[in-house]
Design a protein around this ligand. Structure first.
Ligand code: HEC
Length: 192
């Protein structure tokens, strides 16, 4: 079994630093896709205050950092066996409660094709194309959407296998290439 262990710091760096090790062809594809995505999103962002988009992006980044640090900390300190309450389960429950109680919607989803819970998968076209993009090495997938006169920033960030313990319950993570995402966090955040 191949253990993929990265310290939390490296994981966070992965979450925020652009992945530069891609082969040229893939990078070019990615850039083309990003250009297309930003063109698509710029069509839907007309009239949306760019400074507010930037603020929303910053807040999502802060939340993402807190959540990922928390998942690693809980797994490290509290999860000892496969019948312990998993950080993944805690995250799914926390995100559900946050989503039910306000305008911010958050989901933890699978990127391997083999989720623990069938519910935790990419659902709409934004999430489906996001998973494809993150698996190619992108560190972020983003779109501004306008719904019922309100605008929202949608963001997806990758979740890599950061600890050996993840494999205890998700055995197939052992087959995923080091640093590749096994999941993603999907945010819908109000732009105000
Ligand atoms: C103790 C067992 C256990 C450990 C350890 C564990 N998970 Fe999970 N994980 C689960 C369970 C159970 C769910 C489903 C939670 C739900 O939907 O309520 C889940 C869900 C997930 C999901 C959502 C997709 C899916 O498969 O349903 C991701 C992504 C995830 N875990 C990543 C991780 C990562 C990364 C680690 C290591 C930091 C980890 N997990 C450690 C049990 C575990």
């Amino acid at each position: 079994m191949k253990n993929v262990m990265l310290p939390a710091v490296a994981m966070l760096a992965l979450a925020f630093v652009l992945f530069i090790g891609l082969p040229m062809g893939t990078t070019a594809n990615l850039q083309a896709e990003e250009a297309k995505a930003s063109k698509e999103s710029s069509q839907s962002v007309e009239g949306v205050d760019q400074a507010a988009v930037k603020r929303a992006r910053q807040k999502v980044g802060e939340l993402d950092n807190i959540f990922k640090q928390t998942i690693v900390l809980i797994t490290d300190k509290y999860v000892h066996g496969d019948d312990d309450f998993a950080a993944g389960s805690a995250a799914v429950l926390l995100f559900k409660n946050i989503s039910d109680s306000g305008e911010t919607k958050i989901r933890l989803i699978d990127a391997t094709g083999d989720p623990y819970e069938p519910e935790n998968v990419a659902k709409d076209s934004f999430e489906k194309s996001g998973i494809k993009k993150l698996k190619k090495g992108a560190q972020q997938h983003e779109q501004v959407v306008v719904k019922d006169d309100s605008s929202y920033l949608r963001v997806m960030t990758p979740v890599p296998v950061v600890m050996e313990k993840c494999v205890m319950c998700h055995a197939h993570y052992a087959d995923v290439a080091e640093g590749a995402p096994i999941g993603a966090i999907s945010y819908t955040f109000p732009i105000e």
